[in-house]
Design a protein around this ligand. Sequence first.
Ligand SMILES: Nc1ncnc2c1ncn2[C@@H]1O[C@H](COP(=O)(O)OP(=O)(O)OP(=O)(O)O)[C@@H](O)[C@H]1O
Ligand SMILES: [Mg+2]
Length: 412
Amino acid sequence: MKTLCIANEKGGVGKTLLATQIALYIYKKCGLRVLFIDLDQQANATKILQGTNPYFTTHTLQFTASELFARTLDIQQALLKDCSNREAGLTLVAADPNLAELERASANNLITLKQNFTQALAALYPHFDLCILDTNPSPDIRANLGLLFCTHLLSPIEFARESIDGIVNLLERINGVAIRNPHLRHGFLGLLPNKVDTTSIQKLYFEQLIKKVGRLFLKGKADLPILEGSGQGAARLKRDEQGVPLLEPKDFFCLLKDHAAFREAQGFSLPIWCVSGVQQAWSEFKRLAFTVYERLDFPSRLDAYTKAGQGAAAFSVTTEKDATSEQALIRRALQNSPQLGATLQQLYSKAAYLMLRQFLLSDNPAVLPGISPAQIQDLRVLRTQLALRDFVTLVTDPAKFSVMTEKLGCAA
Ligand SMILES: Nc1ncnc2c1ncn2[C@@H]1O[C@H](COP(=O)(O)OP(=O)(O)OP(=O)(O)O)[C@@H](O)[C@H]1O
Ligand SMILES: [Mg+2]
C-alpha cells in the first residue's frame, strides 16, 4: 500500500481539500481501493466524506483515528467484524475529539504511540492500494508520524507572507524526517501552490519562491505534438521520416487557482467534477490529480490483470522499443477499430496512445490536432464518464471500442 500524506503546519492552505478530492479522484476515476485516515480533530474531511450525495459512498470503519494510537485496538478483529458490510471503494477512519489529546502527548508516551500507530497501519496495508492521511495544522505527533510513515508527501502552500515563512519551517521539518524516512527522498511530490490569484503580490511571492525553491514545486509532464508551418494555413504536425508525429515532453507546474467551485465541492460533499460549470477548476485539478496518480506509481493494472491469469495470451505485448504494454495494446485496439480508431491511427500512428492519454490528462484539444471540435467534445463527454481503468479496458476491447465509436457517430 502506498501512503500519501498531505501536510503543512500552516492552517487553511488546502490540505483537506486536496486530501479529500484526490481520494475521490483515485477511488472513482482510477478505480483503486482507497483508505482515508482523518487525523485532524476538526473532522473536516470526515464530514465531507460522510456527507450525503449521489456520487459516492463512504464506508466508515468502526474504530476511529485516535484508536489507531491505542494499544487495545486489534485491527484484524475490527476489520473482520467490518467485512460483512464493507464495499470496495472509499473507506474512512473517521476523526474523533480524542485526537486532540495527542497534541499534549508527553515525551515518554511517544514511543508507545508510534508503535501502536505503526502496527495499526501495517495491519491495514494488505486491504488497500492507497492510504491518504489528512493531517492537522500543528506539528505534533500526528503530523510527524504522517511524515515518518508516508511513502509520498504533498504540501499545499499559499502565496502569502505568513505562508512563505511557514515554508521554511516545513522544509526543515521534511528534511529532518527524510533522514529517517528513506521514501521521502523520491516520495516528496512537492509544494503545490493553492488559492492562486493574479494579484501583483502573489506574482511577486511566486517569482521569489521559484527562484529559491523552484525545483521543489510539483511538476507534471505532458508529451505534446510539435507543430510547424503555422504561417497562412493551419499548423501541421511535425513528423519523422516514417510519418510518425513527433512529440516533445514539456514540464508544467501544477497549481490550483482560487475557485468558488472548490468551496462548493467541499461544502456540498461533491467530487469537483460533479459540480456544474467548473471547467477551469476541474481542468486544473485533473492535471494535478493525474500527476499525483502517476507519481504514486501503482503497479500496472495490466500486470495485475495478466497475473490474475485472465487472458494472458491476449495480453502478450509487441516488442517495439518505446512501447509500454498499455501503449502496445491501445495501438492494437486502434488498428482493429472502426473509423475513429482509423482516424487517430492515420493521424498519429505510433503516437496515438500517447496523444490520447495526454488528452485525458490535460483536457487540452491542442494535443489532438486534426480531430474535429465535435469529436473532441464527444471524447470529453466520454472521458468525464469513464474511470481511467475503464478507458484502458474500452480501448483494448474492440467490441466495446466499436460501441464507443458508434456513440461518437463515427462508425465506419
Ligand atoms: N483553490 C481553492 N479555491 C477556493 N477555495 C479553496 C481552495 N482551496 C481551499 N479552499 C477553501 O479554503 C478553506 C480551507 O481549506 P482546507 O480546509 O482544505 O484547508 P486546511 O489546510 O485543511 O485547513 P486546516 O489547517 O484548518 O485543516 C476551505 O473552505 C476550502 O474549501
Ligand atoms: Mg484540514
